[in-house]
Design a protein around this ligand. Structure first.
Ligand code: NAP
Ligand code: F7E
Length: 347
C-alpha cells in the first residue's frame, strides 16, 4: 500500500485528491489545522474512524508555520509521496495579510522542503508536489505556458513564485524528486464561498429562491481560465508518477470573464443577474490580474492529461448544487426553523 501525505487536505483540492488517492488504494495522511470549529467538512464523506477495519485516511494536527510538528508527522506517516497544498490561498486577503501569507505560502513551503531534505538524508525517498498557481504569471500576456516569465501581482502570487523557485532549487541542489504544478483556476461545488465563482453560484441561487436580494461583486471584466477541480487533481497525481520530476502548466486553454460566468449562471437560474448584482470597490484588488489563459500542451502530450468537464458543464454543476442548498435552506425557514449560518463571508 503506497502512503501519501497531504498538507491542505481540508481544502477544495485536498478533499478531491484524498478521494482520488484512496480510490487508487493509497493510505492517505493529512495535516489539519487546529481550529475552534470543525474545518473537516469536505472530508466527512470519506472519513472513517481509525478504529474501524479498513480505515485508510489518517488526520494529524499540523500547521506549515510549525516545522518541528511537521517533521514528527512525516516520521509517523512515512509517505512515499507528499503533496503540499496548504496555503492562505485568497489573493484579495493576501493584500491585507501580506506577512502571514508569505509565512504560510513561501516560508511554509521552505520549512517542508527542509524537512523533506532531511527525510531523504535518512534514506527515505519521497516524491514532492508543490501547488503552484497561474497567479504567478500575473501581468504576463496570455497564453501562458511553462516558458512564460513570472510577473506576480499580489503578495500571494509573489509568495507562490518564491515557493516555486525554492522547489526548483531543492530539486537541483539535492537531487530530490520535486515537481511544480502551475494550475490555472479550478472550481467545483466544494470551492470556498468567497472565491468569485462560488460566490456567484451561491448568491444567484439564493436570490432565485428569494433568500437574498443583492450580490455585491468587484471587477467583472477580469478573465480566467476556469476548469473543474476533479480533473485537476488527476493531473497533480500524474505529475508525481513521471520518470523525472518536471514542472507542468495545467489549464483548459479557454478564457472567460467574470461577466460571462454571471451570464451562464444567471441563465441557468432563469434570472436576470443585472437586476441583482452591484459593484462594491471593496472587492477590487490594488493590482489586478486581468487575463489568464493557459497553454497546457506539455501536460497533454507528456501526462496524457486533458480536462473532461467543460466551462458550461462546470457552471451548471455549481449552480445545480447551490440551488439544492438554497432549496434546503428555504424548506427549513418556511417550516419555521432558524437556519444557522455556517459563517459570515467577508472578502
Ligand atoms: P483552499 O480550499 O483555500 O485550501 C487551502 C488549504 O490549506 C486548507 O486545507 C487550509 O486549511 C490549509 N491551510 C491554510 N493555512 C494553513 C497553514 N498555516 N498550515 C496548514 N494548512 C493550512 O485551496 P484550494 O483551492 O484547495 O487550493 C489548494 C492549493 O492549490 C493551494 O496551495 C492554492 O494556493 C493552490 N492553487 C489553487 C488553485 C485553485 O484555483 N483552486 C489554483 C492554483 C493553485 P483550513 O481548511 O483549515 O483553512
Ligand atoms: O477571483 C474577480 C477578481 O478570488 C477571480 C485562487 O484559488 O485562483 C484563485 O485566485 C477574479 C479576480 O480567484 C469578485 O478580481 C470580481 O479577477 O475567484 P477569485 P483568483 O484571484 O483568480 C488562483 C489560480 C489561485 O491560485 C488562488 O489561490 O474575479 N472578482 N468580483 C472577484 N473575486 C472575488 N473573490 N470576489 C468578488 O466579489
Amino acid at each position: 500500500m503506497k502512503r501519501a501525505l497531504i498538507t491542505g487536505i481540508t481544502g477544495q483540492d485536498g478533499s478531491f485528491l484524498a478521494e482520488l488517492l484512496l480510490a487508487k488504494g493509497y493510505q492517505v495522511h493529512g495535516i489539519v489545522r487546529r481550529a475552534s470549529t470543525f474545518n473537516t467538512e469536505r472530508l466527512a464523506p470519506i472519513y472513517h474512524d481509525r478504529h474501524e477495519a479498513g480505515a485508510a485516511l489518517f488526520l494529524h494536527y499540523g500547521d506549515v508555520s510549525d516545522g518541528a510538528g511537521f517533521r514528527r508527522v512525516l516520521d509517523l506517516a512515512h509517505p512515499e509521496e507528499i503533496y503540499n497544498l496548504a496555503a492562505q490561498s485568497h489573493v484579495r486577503v493576501s493584500f491585507d495579510q501580506a506577512e502571514y501569507t508569505a509565512d504560510v505560502v513561501a516560508t511554509g513551503t521552505l520549512r517542508i522542503l527542509e524537512a523533506v531534505r532531511d527525510y531523504a538524508a535518512r534514506g527515505n525517498a519521497a516524491r514532492f508536489y508543490q501547488a503552484g498557481s497561474s497567479e504567478m504569471f500575473g501581468a504576463a500576456s496570455p497564453p501562458q505556458s511553462e516558458a512564460t516569465p513570472f510577473y506576480p501581482r499580489s503578495p500571494y502570487a509573489a509568495s507562490k513564485v518564491a515557493a516555486h523557485w525554492y522547489s526548483v532549487n531543492y530539486r537541483e541542489a539535492y537531487g530530490l524528486f520535486i515537481a511544480n504544478g502551475i494550475l490555472f483556476n479550478h472550481e467545483s461545488p466544494r470551492r470556498g464561498e468567497t472565491f468569485v465563482t462560488r460566490k456567484i453560484t451561491r448568491g444567484l441561487a439564493r436570490i432565485t429562491l428569494g433568500l437574498q436580494s443583492k450580490l455585491y461583486l468587484g471587477n467583472l471584466e477580469a478573465r480566467r481560465d476556469w476548469g473543474y477541480a476533479g480533473d485537476y487533481v488527476e493531473a497533480i497525481w500524474r505529475i508525481l508518477q513521471q520518470p523525472q520530476p518536471e514542472d507542468f502548466v495545467i489549464a483548459t486553454g479557454e478564457s472567460h470573464s467574470v461577466r460571462e460566468f454571471l451570464d451562464l449562471a444567471g441563465a441557468h437560474c432563469g434570472l436576470d443577474w443585472t437586476k441583482h448584482v452591484e459593484t462594491d470597490p471593496r472587492y477590487f484588488r490594488p493590482t489586478e490580474v486581468n487575463a489568464l489563459c493557459g497553454d497546457a500542451s506539455k501536460a497533454r502530450s507528456r501526462l496524457g492529461w486533458e480536462p473532461r468537464v467543460s466551462f458550461e458543464e462546470l457552471v451548471k454543476m455549481m449552480v445545480d448544487h447551490d440551488l439544492e442548498l438554497a432549496r434546503q435552506e428555504r424548506t427549513l425557514t418556511s417550516a419555521g426553523h432558524k437556519v444557522i449560518e455556517r459563517g459570515v463571508a467577508q472578502p
